[in-house]
Design a protein around this ligand. Structure first.
Ligand code: ZN
Length: 264
């Protein structure tokens, strides 16, 4: 608290200023102005993850992630459930396998099936107003990587490309994506591609407040990224999840209980 006084024409004027209150208001405003965003996460609705929805949300809260795009493979059911629980924090996303490579979409309303041409998938996403990025475009270790010619074809049709994916085995693919984005004046999204909770938030971006895909298109250019590659062994966790989920499928076909969808 700071007190002061001064003489005016009508007499002595006294005032007091609560700087602590002003600072705390300023801090709250600042926090609301900038969001910590994780753009690439999987749950047990992907065949290669066992992450439970509620555990993912709790991890995001604990790690200070204000917005999380849940981007299961060719599926939005888990993201929808999460969105019902925490509508403000969750962006319904999808990682879509096209005939030429994987797309990453945010603010998806209707699921896009896998196996479409990239142009057809992009058109369907555009019709629902989704924000479109391109998953790990230069990571040749993935089945969803892109040939350069195919990437050139879709580059004018997307909003961004993924310029950092924490699951790349080395950073060359990310550096290539960053150089490509710069050369083609494309925005970049970063994501951990988390399939287990430990990975969540490994790559995140600080972005001015947004609430719609249109607003995201405007503010993504001001994103500040903080990112680190995940250890190689996280890929073994995905392999284990695949085997576990497959066993669930086998159990289901035998009339047993699925191990994969218990909490959802
Ligand atoms: Zn992914």
């Amino acid at each position: 608290m700071v007190y002061g006084q001064a003489h005016s024409g009508t007499g002595l004027v006294k005032w007091r200023v609560n700087y602590r209150a002003i600072l705390s208001i300023d801090r709250e405003t600042h926090m609301a102005d900038v969001l910590q965003v994780e753009f690439h996460c999987h749950t047990r609705y992907s065949k290669d993850s066992l992450t439970q929805i509620k555990a993912l949300l709790a991890t995001c809260r604990r790690k200070g992630i204000d917005r999380v795009a849940i981007t299961d493979h060719n599926e939005i059911e888990g993201a929808r459930l999460a969105h019902q629980i925490e509508p403000e924090r969750v962006i319904i996303g999808e990682e879509i396998m096209t005939t030429r490579g994987e797309l990453l979409a945010f603010y998806v309303q209707e699921k896009i099936p896998k196996g479409l041409t990239p142009e057809a998938a992009i058109q369907r996403l555009r019709e629902q107003g989704a924000f479109i990025s391109v998953s790990h475009p230069f990571d040749k270790a993935r089945s969803g990587a892109w040939d350069l010619a195919d990437l050139e074809t879709i580059a004018p049709l997307v909003d961004a490309i993924e310029t950092f994916n924490a699951r790349c085995l080395n950073n060359q693919a990310n550096l290539a994506a960053q150089a490509y984005a710069r050369a083609h004046h494309l925005a970049g999204t970063s994501g951990s591609d988390a399939h287990i909770l430990m990975e969540v938030g490994a790559a995140r971006q600080k972005i001015p407040f947004f609430n719609t895909p249109a607003e995201l298109r405007q503010v993504i250019w001001q994103a500040q990224s903080s990112q680190a590659l995940s250890p190689f062994w996280v890929h073994f966790a995905s392999t284990y999840a695949k085997i576990y989920q497959k066993a669930g499928g086998t159990l289901r076909s035998l009339g047993g209980k699925s191990p994969g969808r218990e909490d959802a």
